[in-house]
Ligand binder design. Structure first.
Ligand code: F6P
Length: 548
């Protein structure tokens, strides 16, 4: 814990103790203005947090914590290009990718916005050329399919955004290969024609083992059909231009980005190329504009009205004060089906840390486990546990007031009304539950005997008092998606500042990579390395036997 924050944490603990014994039902009964007091909006995008176990005094204490942690100063340092990623000595400027920082910011003597504009112009032009057929296959046709090969931030952003913007998808079909499991390549490539497929290899470092192996498989697949001309069906996105050259990828089809863009913050850069090919320049530009609007709000709104700041503080309240270890992220929006997976990397790779910036251990809990699936499907799977399980799991709901799909289906409005009634009902059930008396009344009305009722009553009681926040927006457009993603990015930043961690490194993924390199020869040569632990040795022997 940062020493100067101790008194704020202890005040917050007192508020948490006080509020633990005040059910949400009572908080609502005591305050007719609860909804307007505990909701904020940016244009149509509303965040309703009235169903969180919070009151004005606790919220004020949280805002004081943010102030004491110097959230605003750290935000301004990030925006000005200071090297706040201290363990890698890097600036953190994903906001620049959507023009969300002021003009003139420089990193190492380079004007950031100018560089961004130059590369953006190139990759959007290339995307348009692929879409219109101006950039042709070796046999002079238009590309029908694009395969993006990448993993982590070089995959999840493009997958999530392409899925989210399905109604805008009017370009070539876009496919994704990420897993080093050969099944992913096989299943994806087997339905495609190499004569009309463009492969994009996306890797910030261009050294990620999975991506390099998947790329070599795809290249061999292209070469088997196109011979030496296969390279014309390859484009690359990377910060490592020396490496893309060493693979013989022509510079005109290589789109760079910068070490001040973290992989999980990179979908706004040329990493978004497959998205731009799918939905086109205009929709991609609107996606950037939405994020920029959220950036401007984040940079200028007072803390008490600042959506990302409030969202972050609610997360701190849930995690550190009420001590809930996980968060369910449930979009009532089928197009956001991959949003939970995207936010898992964004949040857990950023704030899954246990030491502070100065290397000393953190005294508080940090990033929660994020998980989720779209509603209403989630209701018919794990919501039982969320409603009646032994742990409290706060929920973040997302929902649009209007459908984003256009269709001739007469029932589309009815589908959407049903979706919305469900998200509202779930949030109500979580907050207010159903007590034993109400259950008895229901069962009596259903004609059950007194004995039957008493046998069922505890099973059918809902404890309630389970918190949720709802993000509600007019429609899931590219602009709104941009705002939502930037909202989550800035939330992660604010929480990282309060916990005092570096949200922009990811050393935790390195050890496994190293050990895999050591074990690779053992798998290949079917040996057991000397000195390896007994469990791994036993597993290797078993694998060797099963492969024989
Ligand atoms: O798994 C760790 C990680 O470094 C992520 O942070 C990153 O998004 C992913 O691997 C892919 O890295 P790259 O784009 O360099 O291939």
């Amino acid at each position: 814990m940062q020493a100067n924050l101790a008194k704020h944490w202890s005040l917050l603990q007192q508020h948490a103790e006080r509020l633990k014994s005040q059910p949400l039902r009572d908080l609502f009964a005591a305050d007719a203005e609860r909804f307007s007091q505990f909701s904020v909006h940016l244009d149509d995008l509303l965040m309703d947090f009235s169903k969180e176990k919070i009151d004005q005094a606790a919220l004020t204490a949280l805002l004081q914590l943010a102030q004491a942690a110097q959230v605003e100063a750290r935000r301004d340092a990030m925006v000005q290009g200071e090297k706040i990623n201290s363990t890698e000595q890097r600036a953190v400027l994903h906001m620049a990718l959507r023009d969300g920082i002021p003009a003139g910011v420089q990193v190492d003597g380079q004007d950031v916005l100018k560089e961004v504009a130059a590369v953006r112009g190139r990759f959007l032009d290339f995307a348009e050329a692929v879409r219109t057929g101006a950039y042709k296959t070796v046999s002079g046709q238009a590309f029908t399919d694009v395969v993006n090969i990448g993993i982590g931030g070089s995959d999840l952003g493009p997958v999530m955004v392409t899925t989210a913007l399905a109604p805008w998808h009017d370009g070539p079909a876009v496919h994704f290969v990420s897993n080093v499991d050969g099944a992913h390549s096989v299943d994806t490539l087997k339905g495609l024609n190499p004569q009309t497929t463009l492969v994009i290899v996306a890797s910030k470092t261009f050294t990620t083992a999975e991506t390099m192996l998947n790329f070599s498989t795809a290249l061999a697949w292209l070469k088997a059909s196109l011979g030496e001309q296969a390279g014309q069906h390859v484009a690359a996105v990377s910060t490592n231009l020396a490496a893309t050259r060493s693979y013989g990828i022509e510079d005109t089809r290589v789109f760079g980005f910068w070490d001040w863009v973290g992989g999980r913050y990179s979908v706004w850069s040329a990493i978004g190329l497959p998205v731009a090919i799918a939905v086109g320049k205009q929709a991609f530009t609107e996606f950037l504009a939405g994020a920029k609007a959220m950036d401007e709000h984040f940079r200028s709104a007072p803390l008490a009205q600042n959506l990302p700041v409030l969202f972050a503080l609610l997360g701190i309240w849930r995690r550190n004060l009420l001590q809930y270890p996980t968060v369910a992220l449930i979009p009532y929006d089928q197009h956001l089906a991959r949003f939970p997976a995207y936010v898992q990397q964004l949040d857990m790779e950023s704030n899954g840390k246990r030491v502070q910036l100065d290397g000393s251990p953190i005294q508080t809990s940090t990033g929660p486990v994020i998980w989720g699936e779209p509603g209403t499907n989630a209701q018919h799977s794990f919501f039982q546990l969320i409603h009646q399980g032994s742990e409290v799991i706060p929920v973040d709901f997302l929902a649009a007031a209007n459908p984003s799909s256009q269709s001739e289906f007469a029932d589309l409005e009815l589908h959407h009304e049903t979706l919305l009634t469900n998200v509202l009902a779930q949030a109500q059930a979580l907050a207010f539950g159903r007590d034993a008396e109400a259950v008895r009344v229901d069962l009596q009305a259903a004609g059950l005997s007194a004995v039957q009722i008493e046998a069922l009553v505890t099973h059918r009681t809902f404890p309630g008092d389970r918190p949720s926040t709802l993000m509600l927006y007019r429609q899931l457009t590219p602009y709104t998606l941009g705002r939502l993603v930037a909202l989550f990015e800035h939330k992660v930043f604010v929480q990282g500042v309060i916990w005092g961690v570096n949200s922009y490194d990811q050393w935790g993924v390195e050890l496994g990579k190293k050990l895999a390199n050591v074990l690779a020869p053992a798998l290949h040569d079917r040996t057991v390395p000397a000195g390896v632990d007994a469990s791994t040795a036993g597993l290797l022997q078993h694998i060797h036997a099963l492969r024989a």
